[in-house]
Each structure stands twice: as structure tokens, then as C-alpha cells.
Design a protein around this ligand. Structure first.
Ligand code: BES
Ligand code: MN
Ligand code: ZN
Length: 499
């Protein structure tokens, strides 16, 4: 899909999207359309009791007096409440209505909107971002109905007073959206195709964007003592991989990086603690954390973020063959701490234990943030509205909370504490990999914290509830996988870590 920004008053197009705030108070383009139609637009608004409330929408086909084949008047609500997320939702909603029609070009004109939380250049850029995020498709494995499913709209034009500046603002957002698309693609990809080695192979393709990509295989990980990570992949025919992505965009070449660590279970059968069939479905998405990390690094590279960042991604497949790890096994992690593995389905924390340790010892990062589809329990607590946030650092937690809110990927902080940590004491080793029946997301986070060095600012995002959507689709996410994590991390970096 092609995006253009124009300050020209008259723009030819197939479909035109105009707006009105509550009242309704028509914005200039809507007033103009009403005049050109000799009041027919206004009468249509009255007939459909349009008041300009957010989400309201009146669609007029082949309006007399106008060149466009479709006019869409959308309600913006109260100007003071209209923010970037509302702009994105508006454009996505309009695109959703037009898709499947004959129109290939759409113009969105909200020029003249005053007193909103997002205006001018930012408004134009976020309208385009909404349309872009909504345009995602994953049809690689379909051979039928491709024409019906295809994106019919090819070109979106945003009318704005400052076209050049809007184009620049959008270039930055489009880099982020392309990172989201990469993450969505990887999570949607079936597990017979996307093995750990294949994931790493695709990552190597990002080197052309200026990312440094390196991969450790099992032999190298063994030498480093990564017994926790290797134990997880031991029951799979496929080799585990540790993938490292580096973006060095800071002017200070040697500045300590921010580190992102991702859980990359290309498939989680549960291992010998096998999941029941219904719970196993969707476990191709258990690399959602890994996908968010690679998507973020891609976004940072494309928009040339002035930051040093590193992504450490633990890739493995949790399978139950004859060589598989057993419940009762004890493994030695790279940190030297021993772990009694009582449930092979609590594997995410095991791979992260070594990936976290590697990230800290190798890169001495300013902060470490891990993302993982770690526990079903976080879905019980937070559903799919928030990801769970755990942190040893109040500033980092506050920054992540703010970034999530601004980027449309909200997080909710959960507690950590000594009382919870006790729940993972083992009878024979330094810790066990499961807690009791309760507080499952917290005991998982406590486990991770044991692999965080005291001086390291660390946050853990449990994204099990937000990495994919089995129920209703969210407006900006027309796919099973969401690509969750790229937007919040990009925003966190932009607001706190760039030169
Ligand atoms: N990948 C799962 C967590 C998960 C569950 C993600 C459902 C998305 C949807 C994780 O590896 C897992 O199996 N966790 C167990 C931990 C338990 C055995 C302590 C869980 O949540 O049941
Ligand atoms: Mn599991
Ligand atoms: Zn898992």
C-alpha cells in the first residue's frame, strides 16, 4: 500500500473520508462536500442521526455533485478527546469499510481539526499508520479466494497542511509498522516451517539493514554452560539457537546498549509434561517474545534510532522424544545456579534464564527487558487488555507503563517479593521451575529475577494474553498474531534511550 501526503486543496480519488466532531460540527472538507452535493450530505447525516460521536460513520455511495464514488463521514467525538489512537482507529475503520469495494484510492481529509490531542503533522502520520496496520494480511498458505481477500485499496492520501513534515513523521512510524508486520508474520508462520534454525536464517536477512546478526548453535551454547536452555530443546529433532541482533546507532559507539531478551519457543508441546490437545493449539505462537524483539530491532535499524540496542533471542522447540528432558531432572544454568525441572511445560523461564544471563554478562546493558508468552496465569489475571509487567526498577516500570499507554500496547505492573520467591525453593537444587497452584505469573517472574544481577535494571513483560487473539479482532490487528511489543519498545527507546 502506498501512502502520500498532500497540501493540495483538490485531490482526485475514488473514496473520500471526511470528519465531524460532536454536534455535529463538520470539518472544512465535510462542509465542502455538503455544498458540492447541494446539502445532500447534510440530509444524509440527519437521516442517520449522525451526531459526530466517536466511531459513528455515514457512508454515501456515488454522491451527486462530487467526483468521488464513496464519501465517508466519520464522527471524531469531542475534539479534546481525539488522540493518536483515535486517529489510527478512524483510518483503520474507514479502510475496513472500503475494502472489497471498487475503489483503489482513498483520501482522508481532517484538515481544520482544532483542539485535539493530536493535530497537524502527527495527526496525518497517525492516520496513515492506522491504515497501514489495518492493511496487514497473511495469505501465504492460501491457494483459494485470494482475489476476494486481497487488499483492494492501493493508495492512501492524507490531506495535510504540512505534507513534507508529515511524510517524515510517517516514515518513522512506517518503520515501526514494518517491524510489527515482521513480528506478526513470524508468529503466524506454522511450526513445521519456522524452526529455530529457520527463524535464525530469516534474522540473518536483516543484516542488509545494518543490523549485526550472529547465531550460536548447540555446541557453542554447551561450551558456555547453557544447560537450562539446552535441556528444553533436548527432546526435539531440531537444533536450538541463540540469536543475537545488534543495532549500534548511538553516536557514542561504546555506549552500553539497552538489551531485549525474547522467548522463542517455535513450538511448545509441553515436552514430557505434555499439553492436552486443545492447549497445544496456537503454541506455534510461543515465540511471540522473540518476534517482538526482532521486530523492534528491525524498526530501530530502519528509522536509524540513535541508540545502541541488542536483542538476545532464545530459540528452541519443546518436544517429547526419547531424549527429552524429564520432570525431576536437574540442570545447571549458565549462571551456575541449579534448577530442578519439575514440569517440562514451564520451559520459557528455563530458556530465558540462560538468555538473560548471557545478555548481562556479554553486553553489560543499561537495562534488560524480556518479553515472553510465559504463563497462562497472566491471561487469567489481565485477559488480553494488558500485558503483565514485572520489574526491579520503578523508573523503568514507569517508563514502560507510559510508553505502552502512548503506543497502544498497555501494560499493568504486577508485584514481586520475597514471599513469592520462597515458592520456588527446591528440595534438592537451588530452585525448582514451578511454584504452587497460585500466583503462577509471579512465581515465573521470581524465577527470572534469580537470573538478573542486582545492579541491572530489569523488566519482564508476560505477553501470553496479548501476542495473539483467539476471540474478537482488535481494530488495528486484522490477524491472529498481533505483533505485540514492537510499538511499546520502540516508544520506550524513543522517549528514554536515544542520544
Ligand atoms: N507457553 C506457555 C504459556 C502460555 C499458555 C502461553 C497459554 C499462551 C497461552 C508456557 O510455556 C507454559 O506452558 N506455562 C505453564 C506453566 C506451568 C506449567 C507452571 C502454564 O502457564 O500453564
Ligand atoms: Mn510450556
Ligand atoms: Zn511456553
Amino acid at each position: 500500500m502506498q501512502f502520500t501526503f498532500t497540501a493540495a486543496a483538490v485531490v482526485e480519488s475514488d473514496a473520500l473520508v471526511v470528519g465531524a466532531t460532536e454536534g455535529p460540527e463538520l470539518l472544512p472538507a465535510a462542509v465542502k462536500a455538503d455544498r458540492a452535493s447541494r446539502g445532500a450530505v447534510g440530509r444524509a447525516l440527519v437521516a442517520s442521526r449522525f451526531t459526530g460521536k466517536p466511531g459513528q460513520c455515514v457512508e454515501i455511495l456515488a454522491p451527486a455533485g462530487l467526483k468521488v464514488s464513496r464519501l465517508i463521514v466519520v464522527g471524531l467525538g469531542k475534539a479534546g478527546d481525539f488522540d493518536a489512537a483515535a486517529a489510527e482507529g478512524l483510518a483503520a475503520g474507514a479502510l475496513g469499510r472500503i475494502k472489497g469495494g471498487a475503489e483503489t484510492e482513498v483520501v482522508i481529509d481532517l484538515i481544520g481539526l482544532k483542539g485535539a490531542k493530536v493535530e497537524g503533522v502527527e495527526l496525518a502520520a497517525h492516520l496513515a499508520l492506522g491504515a497501514k496496520l489495518k492493511s496487514y494480511t497473511f495469505d501465504r498458505y492460501r491457494t483459494k479466494d485470494l482475489e476476494d481477500r486481497a487488499q483492494t485499496v492501493k493508495k492512501i492520501t492524507i490531506a495535510t497542511g504540512e505534507a513534507a513534515a508529515a511524510r517524515r513523521a510517517f516514515a518513522r512510524l512506517e518503520a515501526v509498522a514494518d517491524g510489527v508486520f515482521l513480528a506478526r508474520d513470524l508468529v503466524n508462520e506454522p511450526p513445521n516451517v519456522l524452526s529455530p534454525v529457520e527463524f535464525a536464517r530469516r534474522a540473518k536477512g536483516l543484516a542488509k539493514l545494518g543490523l549485526k546478526v550472529s547465531v550460536l548453535g548447540e555446541a557453542q551454547m554447551k561450551r558456555l554452560g547453557m544447560g537450562a536452555l539446552l535441556g528444553v530443546g533436548q527432546g526435539s529433532e531440531r537444533e536450538s539457537q541463540l540469536l543475537v541482533l545488534q543495532w549500534n546507532g548511538s553516536r557514542k559507539k561504546t555506549a552500553a546498549p539497552i538489551a531485549f531478551v525474547g522467548k522463542g519457543l517455535c513450538f511448545d508441546s509441553g515436552g514430557l509434561s505434555l499439553k492436552p490437545g486443545n492447549s497445544m493449539m496456537g503454541m506455534k505462537g510461543d515465540m511471540g517474545g522473540a518476534a517482538a524483539v526482532i521486530g523492534t530491532l528491525r524498526a530501530l535499524a530502519v528509522r536509524k534510532a540513535k541508540v545502541n540496542a541488542v536483542g538476545v533471542i532464545a530459540l528452541a522447540e519443546n518436544m517429547p522424544d526419547g531424549g527429552a528432558q524429564r520432570p525431576d531432572d536437574v540442570v545447571i544454568s549458565m549462571s551456575g545456579q541449579t534448577i530442578e525441572v519439575l514440569n517440562t511445560d514451564a520451559e520459557g523461564r528455563l530458556v530465558l534464564a540462560d538468555a538473560l544471563w548471557y545478555a548481562q554478562t556479554k553486553f553489560k546493558p543499561r537495562a534488560v527487558i524480556d518479553l515472553a508468552t510465559l504463563t497462562g496465569a497472566i491471561m487469567v489475571a489481565l485477559g488480553s487488555e494488558h500485558a503483565g509487567l514485572f520489574s526491579n526498577n520503578d523508573t523503568l516500570a514507569a517508563n514502560l507503563t507510559a510508553a505502552g499507554k502512548a503506543a497502544g500496547e498497555p501494560v499493568w505492573r504486577m508485584p514481586l517479593g520475597k514471599g513469592y520467591d520462597k515458592l520456588i525453593k527446591s528440595k534438592i537444587a537451588d530452585m525448582k521451575n514451578i511454584g504452587g497452584a497460585h500466583a503462577g505469573s509471579i512465581t515465573a517472574a521470581q524465577f527470572l529475577q534469580r537470573f538478573v544481577q542486582d545492579k541491572t535494571a530489569w523488566a519482564h513483560l508476560d505477553i501470553a494474553g496479548v501476542a495473539w487473539q483467539d476471540g474478537e479482532q482488535k481494530p488495528l490487528i486484522p490477524s491472529w498474531s498481533t505483533g505485540w511489543g514492537v510499538r511499546i519498545l520502540d516508544r520506550l527507546v524513543a522517549d528514554n534511550y536515544e542520544d
